[in-house]
Design a protein around this ligand. Structure first.
Ligand code: ATP
Length: 380
């Protein structure tokens, strides 16, 4: 359970069965997690899943309807925001337009009555970290979006907060700046070693930044784990589909016993499950399942790193070939069932002449996922 000790020590931040009700709407529904000292936890999920509300509850900007928030052993539910010692970076950066860059960065220090000498030392040091020391005298309207974002980061940097909170701080930046800003955020995080919660709807950003990632949907945490854990071992369909681009392919099938083994049948496909999955799969024979195949686990047969047979091969009609930096993404449909689309990614460039052709692709059956079609729960 969240709040349990890890390695004998109390976790830096604990959220325990947190609930936020807005009238009929339950925006946050029994959310629990713990964050270690120096850990960066990403909350990721689709629009409206409750990420921002969770962050606002942590900051004390909204009162919780139920549940507990603890900083170390101290319950902070009743503590005012300014007394929680939190540094926040918002999507709109919350920069004050009438103040210079220097005064914006200094704002949190001054409001905490930091001695002047310290302010004069720390503000330029923070600005230097984010390469805006030459802009300290400017007003915010004289800054680009990327520069504003670095002002917001500098303002977080000058503080020694107990908890750092980020709410989609990169969504107003173009792709190039976004990569640079990710680095900047990790720089700040490594320097501070304070617990950090980072909210985004972008799963690739979550994978790039998070020590651990909490995937949220409809107010609830679906799964918490490292990026690779979520990608390789999703607990349910939602996590499997949300994590990874292009998304996992899902085929509606049924499991049948086949001698010692188990086959999945449906949509004109017959796939022999990997022996490592047979024991679990046998508990779900004849029930509708979704077989999940990541795009990179479909191989051009002659390049497959395993033995290719009819029972690990899927045929697809190529609809579109998209070149990528490292190969190609190919969109296909099952020949028997045109409505069943799927996608494969290759490390080789496939020529566009494949369009409208039917091609065989070999599935790495040791990597497939099985989900209960009704509940969405992983069967493995
Ligand atoms: P986004 O990525 O779009 O910002 P989110 O995951 O951050 O989404 P929240 O802003 O936390 O989602 O909102 C969660 C749900 O709670 C949404 O359905 C939203 O409409 C609702 N909600 C948020 N704030 C309020 C409020 N003050 N009053 C009523 N409903 C609210």
């Amino acid at each position: 359970p969240a709040g349990a000790t890890k390695g004998g020590a109390v976790q830096a931040i604990v959220v325990d069965n947190l609930v936020k009700q807005f009238g009929e709407k339950r925006a946050v529904d029994r959310v629990s997690f713990g964050i270690d000292e120096g850990e960066l936890l990403v909350l990721v999920g689709p629009s409206g899943c409750g990420k921002t509300t969770t962050l606002r509850l942590l900051a004390g900007l909204e009162p919780a309807s139920a549940g507990q928030i603890r900083f170390g052993e101290r319950v902070v539910n009743e503590i005012r925001p300014r007394d929680r010692n939190i540094a926040m970076v918002f999507q709109d950066y919350a920069i004050l337009p009438h103040l210079t860059v220097f005064e914006n960065i200094a704002y949190g220090l001054r409001s905490r009555r930091t001695p002047r000498a310290q302010v004069r030392e720390r503000v330029p040091a923070a600005a230097r970290t984010f390469r805006i020391e030459h802009l300290l005298a400017r007003k915010p309207r004289q800054l680009s979006g990327g520069e504003r974002q670095r002002v917001a980061l500098s303002r977080a940097m000058v503080r020694d907060a107990s908890l750092y909170l980020y709410d989609e701080p990169l969504s107003n930046l173009d792709a190039q700046l976004r990569y640079q800003a990710r680095e900047d955020i990790l720089t700040l995080h490594r320097e501070k070693r304070s617990p950090t919660v980072y909210v985004t709807h972008d799963q690739s950003e979550a994978m790039a930044l998070g020590d651990r990632i909490a995937v949220m949907n409809a107010g609830q945490i679906q799964q918490i784990g490292t990026g690779p854990e979520l990608y390789d071992h999703p607990h349910n369909l939602f996590v499997a589909y949300f994590i990874g681009t292009p998304s996992i392919n899902l085929f509606d099938m049924r499991l049948r016993a086949d001698g010692e083994g188990v086959v999945a049948e449906g949509g004109g496909l017959r796939l022999h499950l990997h022996p490592s999955m047979t024991a679990r799969a046998r508990l779900h024979l004849d029930r509708p399942v979704k077989v999940g195949v990541r795009p990179e686990h479909l191989h051009v047969p002659r390049m497959a790193p395993f033995e290719v047979t009819e029972e690990n091969t899927v045929h697809g009609v190529v609809n579109l070939v998209e070149p990528t930096s490292s190969g190609s993404t190919v969109y296909l449909s099952l020949p028997q069932e045109e409505s069943q689309d799927f996608v494969a990614t290759f490390k080789v460039r496939l020529p566009a002449s494949y369009i409208d052709q039917e091609v065989p692709l070999a599935i790495d059956m040791s990597k497939v996922h099985l989900f209960d079609a009704q509940t969405g729960a992983s069967l493995l």
